[in-house]
Structure formats: structure tokens, C-alpha cells
Design a protein around this ligand. Structure first.
Ligand SMILES: CC(C)(COP(=O)(O)OP(=O)(O)OC[C@H]1O[C@@H](n2cnc3c(N)ncnc32)[C@H](O)[C@@H]1OP(=O)(O)O)[C@@H](O)C(=O)NCCC(=O)NCCS
Length: 192
């Protein structure tokens, strides 16, 4: 599964992904009710240009995403995965990448707010090493982040390179197809 940063002009793909979250999933993702398609459009339009959206892509479809909102010292993360792609490790991969990207931007703490009944997110946060604090219906998860190191920088670089090679391979496929279509079929020269 290709995981890479989404460019600003691709944020519509992120909105489409969020709109595929149904009923309770929207409440769990945003820890609030009343999340309509219109609310999602406004939310995505309001995302700061300094934030990072890491996306898991299946062709051009965003099947999972981590939104990393970068404050001065705290990075807040929200994760979501399309229902038909869950329990395959995409959520964990996104959260692990988000940790590296946050460290590379010198965030000192990773934070996420989720509802206490969100068992899969609580499991995911714990597996990433986050300390989870339950407060009634809501839970907050924190992770102290060390400064960047060669591993986190290499992780971010390899994510970028993988995306470039992936685009390159797609472009080569497109080029081969264009060449086949451009060359006229061989015709046998008639003798005599
Ligand atoms: C939370 C979410 C992102 C997880 O995505 P995912 O791709 O399924 O994540 P992973 O496959 O990496 O791991 C899911 C973990 O949850 C566990 N899990 C799944 N359902 C569970 C349940 N009902 N109770 C307890 N654990 C559960 C899985 O066993 C797995 O843990 P494990 O690998 O230790 O076994 C996804 O369920 C989702 O998008 N939910 C809706 C939005 C949301 O709640 N977002 C989080 C708020 S920030």
C-alpha cells in the first residue's frame, strides 16, 4: 500500500475518504455528532497549509489518512481507514509514519482525542506506545516525542522516494501504452 503526503490540490480526495465514513465512524473520527458532508467539506477547506495529510492510496482513492495538525510543540493526529480496508495494519502504518513526520518537525508531544468506546483506536494508540487517559466518554492519548534522528529522517525520505518511483512506474506504463497506440500496425509489403 502506497503511503505518501497529499498535496494541497489533492485534499478533495481526503474529503471524499472522510465522506465514505458512515454513521458511527464519523462520530468516532471527530469525537462529535452531526458530522455531515457539508461539515466535512468546511473542515477540509479549513485545514491549515502547514498541516500534513498522510494518505494510504489504492490507485487514486484515499483508503486511509492521518491528519497531523502541527502546533508549536504538540502535534495532534486524527486517523481514519475506509471500512473495507480495516484491520490490515493501515491505521498502524499511518500512525507510525505520523510519529516520524511529527518528530522531524520537532514536535515534542503527539496527542489524539478519541471517544472511550473507540476500542480499535485505543488499541492502535497503545500499540504505538501512547499513554491513554480515560475521562468519562472521552479519552486522550499522548506520546512524548524525542528529537528527530537518522531513522525518522530516513523514514520520511524513503516515503517520498517510494511515492516518486511509484509515479514514475505509472508514467512508464502510460508511455508504453501511448507508444503502442502511436505506432501503426505492421503491414506486409506486397511483392510483385
Ligand atoms: C481506528 C482505525 C483508524 C483503525 O484502522 P485499521 O486500519 O483497522 O488499524 P490496524 O489494522 O492497524 O489496527 C487496528 C487494531 O484495532 C484492533 N481492533 C479492531 N476492532 C477492535 C475492537 N472492536 N475492539 C478492540 N480492538 C479492535 C485490531 O485488532 C488491531 O489491533 P492489533 O493489530 O493489535 O490486533 C479505523 O478503525 C477507523 O477508521 N475507525 C473510524 C474512525 C476512527 O475511529 N478514527 C480514530 C479517531 S482519531
Amino acid at each position: 500500500m502506497l503511503i505518501r503526503r497529499l498535496y494541497a490540490h489533492e485534499r478533495r480526495l481526503y474529503a471524499d475518504h472522510l465522506k465514505r465514513l458512515e454513521g458511527d465512524d464519523r462520530r468516532l473520527r471527530f469525537a462529535r455528532g452531526g458530522v455531515s458532508d457539508g461539515w466535512i467539506d468546511d473542515h477540509v477547506a479549513g485545514i491549515s497549509s502547514g498541516d500534513l495529510i498522510l494518505a494510504a492510496l489504492d490507485d487514486d482513492r484515499v483508503v486511509g489518512a492521518a491528519h497531523l495538525a502541527l502546533g508549536t510543540t504538540v502535534a495532534e493526529v486524527g486517523v481514519s481507514v475506509d471500512a473495507d480496508h480495516r484491520t490490515g495494519g493501515i491505521g498502524s502504518s499511518l500512525l507510525t509514519q505520523a510519529v516520524a513526520f511529527a518528530r522531524n518537525r520537532r514536535a515534542e508531544k503527539l496527542y489524539t482525542l478519541c471517544l472511550s468506546d473507540n476500542r480499535s483506536m485505543v488499541a492502535l494508540a497503545r500499540r504505538t506506545g501512547m499513554a491513554v487517559r480515560f475521562q468519562g466518554g472521552e479519552s486522550e492519548a499522548f506520546l512524548d516525542l524525542p528529537p528527530p534522528d537518522p531513522t525518522t529522517v530516513t523514514q520520511e525520505i524513503s516515503t517520498g522516494l517510494f511515492a516518486v518511483f511509484h509515479d514514475w512506474a505509472e508514467l512508464m506504463d502510460c508511455y508504453s501504452e501511448a507508444m503502442v497506440n502511436a505506432v501503426p500496425p505492421l503491414t506486409l509489403a506486397r511483392s510483385g
